[in-house]
Design a protein around this ligand. Structure first.
Ligand SMILES: [Zn+2]
Length: 278
């Protein structure tokens, strides 16, 4: 739906939407603001009335505002108890079902915590669950990109390397490239040269499709030694978003750029404007 262009939108309903609890009004507001796409946030649970999801699908199509989605926070495919792993799998499937009803093509989620386990063991477990999820979704005839997020805390599964390996091993898996998290997590990747390096790696390891069809998150961020501390507005952060946009432009990247700064649409518009000026 992005036709290879880079589209700009907000994580959830824009702050300036009159009825903030109605995602349909959110899509209308995105359109009024001159933004391109919107992410449905199921951070605190995946429930949505039938008429809202069908209404979303309709308005998104009519206004040409594609949707992405974000699963609940309480997902951990490496939980201690098997029933918690099972319910994490269910939550991901539930998010995929509702996202599909709304017409979203790409969904992201935080896959797991390491819980002090070896990252290799956690990877195997996450991969196993991802295969189960893929299998169940294909039986339901749901086609959606499953995008584990590049996470911001060093206690969370989801490094760039892990996401690349997972994408190679699981058919419907792609990375959700949260560049602010990548910076927070590593303390690096905050210059045009380093962003180029990331895009080169994606292009080489995962084929050009990986940069032609991206799901990106961006916000200002404050960091400490454990990674992501707090989301900030871009102007209050050291994150070099202009360098990132120059790099994305240079590589002709396409897909969805979702802004999750506290001021949502203000930063999304600033990003879109700067990108258009390049
Ligand atoms: Zn997230």
């Amino acid at each position: 739906m992005h036709d290879g262009k880079l589209l700009f939108g907000t994580a959830g309903v824009p702050n300036s939407t009159s009825k903030k609890n109605n995602p349909i009004d959110g899509v209308k507001r995105i359109h009024e603001l001159g933004l391109d796409c919107m992410q449905l946030e199921f951070a605190h649970g995946v429930r949505m009335k039938e008429e809202i999801s069908s209404g979303l699908r309709k308005i998104s199509y009519e206004l040409g505002v594609p949707l992405t989605s974000h699963g609940p926070y309480y997902i951990n495919l490496n939980a201690r108890e098997q029933d918690k792993i099972d319910s994490s799998v269910e939550r991901i499937i539930q998010t995929a079902k509702i996202s599909d009803l709304c017409g979203a093509e790409s969904m992201t989620f935080h896959a797991a915590f390491y819980m002090k386990d070896s990252p290799f063991d956690v990877f195997d477990l996450v991969e196993k669950s991802m295969n189960v999820i893929e299998e169940r979704l294909s039986r339901l005839d749901i086609q959606i990109e499953l995008r584990p997020e590049l996470t911001g805390k060093t206690s969370q599964f989801g490094s760039l390397e892990e996401l690349i390996s997972l994408t190679k091993n699981v058919e419907s898996c792609r990375p959700c490239m949260d560049f602010s998290h990548l910076f927070a997590r590593t303390g690096k990747f905050n210059s045009e040269e380093e962003f180029d390096e990331v895009l080169e790696v994606l292009n080489k390891e995962l084929q050009p499709e990986a940069i032609q069809n991206m799901h990106i998150h961006i916000s200002g961020i404050s960091t400490n030694s454990k990674g992501d501390l707090k989301h900030l507005n871009l102007s209050d952060s050291k994150f070099d978003w202009k360098a990132l946009l120059r790099s994305l432009k240079k590589y002709n990247c396409g897909g969805y750029m979702i802004c999750n700064s506290p001021n949502l649409e203000d930063d999304a518009l600033m990003l879109k404007e700067y990108y258009a000026s390049l």
